[in-house]
Ligand binder design. Sequence first.
Ligand SMILES: NC(=O)c1ccc[n+]([C@@H]2O[C@H](COP(=O)([O-])OP(=O)(O)OC[C@H]3O[C@@H](n4cnc5c(N)ncnc54)[C@H](OP(=O)(O)O)[C@@H]3O)[C@@H](O)[C@H]2O)c1
Length: 302
Amino acid sequence: MENPLSRRRKILVLGANGRLASALARIWSRGHEVASLPRQKCDVSNPDTLRAALQSREFDVLVNGSGATNVDRCESERAEAGRINADAPAIMAECASARGARFIHFSTDYVFDGKTDAPLSESSPAHPCGWYGQTKLEGENRVLARDPRHLVFRVSWVFGPGKPSFIEWLVEKARKEPKVEAVADKFSSPTYTEDVAGWLEPFLEPDAPGGLFHACNSGSCSWRDYGAKALEFAAEAGVPLLATSVGSVTLADMKQFVAARPVHSVLDTAKLAATLGYAPRHWHEALREHIFHLYAPVPPAA
Ligand SMILES: NC(=O)c1ccc[n+]([C@@H]2O[C@H](COP(=O)([O-])OP(=O)(O)OC[C@H]3O[C@@H](n4cnc5c(N)ncnc54)[C@H](OP(=O)(O)O)[C@@H]3O)[C@@H](O)[C@H]2O)c1
């Protein structure tokens, strides 16, 4: 693929206050012209608002960072989840195609039922076990059916600067309480938003391939392992912790979970690695960098 910095692109980001979208907008604005539309300026669940917003703006690349991402709420608010996760991306894909732009959309490991423990590739059969995954799968299919140049990236366990995730929640809890626990029998691959921006930048070019890609950091872990590494790196960064290890609970113990969740949803990123010419770095390295940026004291100016 072409040198990612060779051409300045006009990028429009929807759902721009999200964890992933805000990182993409911030990082890509260094080399491209980026316009951001958060929910307050464009409610993607309203087809008229969405079409009007897209028809009145110029862009070469449309990026959808919006999503109904609360997996449990999706079970009770089914129509809303369908509008945001399936109908809205279909409209975005249509409007992007109409102006010859490419569309970048994000999906999830929750399109899989998680019943097999081998890493899942883009050709593995998708059978969601909940409404969130169901609506995300429908969104993927409608985007990819519209235009072969459009892109869908499946991510999992997203973390990064800005909006806190499981990692910040666990470290904050471990600062205040001597005992913390996390689910030890659910497995996936963490995804660092800062890395996603780098992997996807070559796909901003008009002649880059389209299609479905798995995009997460290398390696896999349970939620408990993920949390344990976060505490290890936080301690190394100098954070005073009352809890330094993470106890185990099971998915079945999580009575507050409404939606069924996939147990094994480790994403295989071989297709992305072959396209980029390098493999995503291991999640340990990415998580350590994130924790140090968050918590390590800034060295005094010389
Ligand atoms: N987070 C994860 O671990 C994870 C895992 C797998 C896949 N994904 C996928 O990755 C993508 C980005 O996720 P994320 O972690 O960045 O999620 P996020 O932080 O929850 O961001 C989603 C954004 O969508 C916005 N939004 C919700 N409803 C909207 C509406 N009707 N109109 C416009 N904007 C709306 C939200 O606005 P507000 O800021 O106003 O709430 C929020 O800023 C999503 O497609 C998600 O399905 C995420």
